[in-house]
Design a protein around this ligand. Structure first.
Ligand code: ADP
Ligand code: MG
Length: 245
């Protein structure tokens, strides 16, 4: 596939103290691609997401987003985090703000929208994630699956070029996982560029263009889901799949 690269990492290295958590990571995510990242706990998946959003610094290598190097700080950084949104396992909503305010606040602060305009956009997005009618509630009045969909609406409200998901369904009760995955599948169908760390192999098979398997801070395999799930090449991937499938 001829990819139009949106996210590019080249030879990225990162340590936490003496722990080498990202080792020579080279990875390209094309515009409109869905890349699912899987691998054992501690393999560096979250750190990888966080470096793309510059929630973590790197020691060597290059990260380029839509043709531009990752900004170091300041305004460029806020812009980057709007353009490359992140959805976390733990939702991270403001507990004392309504659902509507949670989705509108950053639009006003980062995108400079007036309240009316931001609220209008928020309501559209809440409808898109199946939460029309929940706008005036507080997060705690919603289920976990609903809260995660608010977090997705909030990220979408920035008009991002790409979204990073770090185990978005891991904190959810089983019956709520699918409603969140369905919103993500719809985003994928609409052409959103997505990097998704998940243990949901059904999602990886059905929605991913590529599966990236990480172990010990390295990208060990980077292939289509068909190839990866039917014929993993590395012993690490075979071992991992034998434990989870
Ligand atoms: P994964 O998401 O694949 O489980 P992480 O990226 O969270 O892996 O972590 C990779 C390794 O880095 C783990 O050994 C973890 O303990 C370590 N680590 C993650 N964050 C920090 C941190 N802020 N300080 C020190 N070590 C960390
Ligand atoms: Mg993690």
């Amino acid at each position: 596939m001829a990819v139009d690269p949106l996210i590019e990492l080249r030879d990225v290295n990162k340590h936490f103290g003496t722990l080498h958590v990202l080792r020579d990571i080279t990875l390209t995510v094309g515009r409109g691609e869905v890349v699912v990242v899987i691998g054992p706990s501690g393999s560096g998946k979250s750190t990888l997401c966080r470096t793309i959003n510059r929630l973590e610094t790197i020691e060597s290598g290059h990260i380029v987003i839509d043709g531009k190097p990752l900004p170091e700080e300041g305004k460029g950084l806020a812009q980057l985090r709007a353009e490359v949104g992140m959805v976390f396992q733990s939702f991270n909503l403001f507990a004392h703000k309504t659902v509507l305010a949670n989705v509108s606040l950053a639009q006003m602060k980062v995108r400079g929208r007036k309240k009316d305009e931001a609220d209008r956009r928020s309501r559209e997005l809440l409808e898109r994630v199946g939460l029309a009618g929940q706008a005036d509630k507080l997060p705690a009045q919603l289920s976990g699956g609903q809260q995660q969909r608010v977090a997705i609406a909030r990220a979408l409200a920035m008009d991002p070029k790409a979204l990073l998901f770090d185990e978005p369904t891991s904190a959810l009760d089983p019956e709520m996982i699918n409603e969140v995955l369905e919103v993500m599948r719809q985003l994928a169908r609409d052409g959103m560029t997505m990097v998704v760390v998940t243990h949901e192999m059904g999602f990886a098979r059905s929605a991913a263009n590529r599966v990236v398997f990480m172990a010990d801070g390295r990208v060990v395999e980077d292939r289509t889901p068909e190839d990866f799930f039917t014929a993993p090449e590395s012993d690490r991937a075979k071992d991992f799949l034998s434990k989870i499938l």
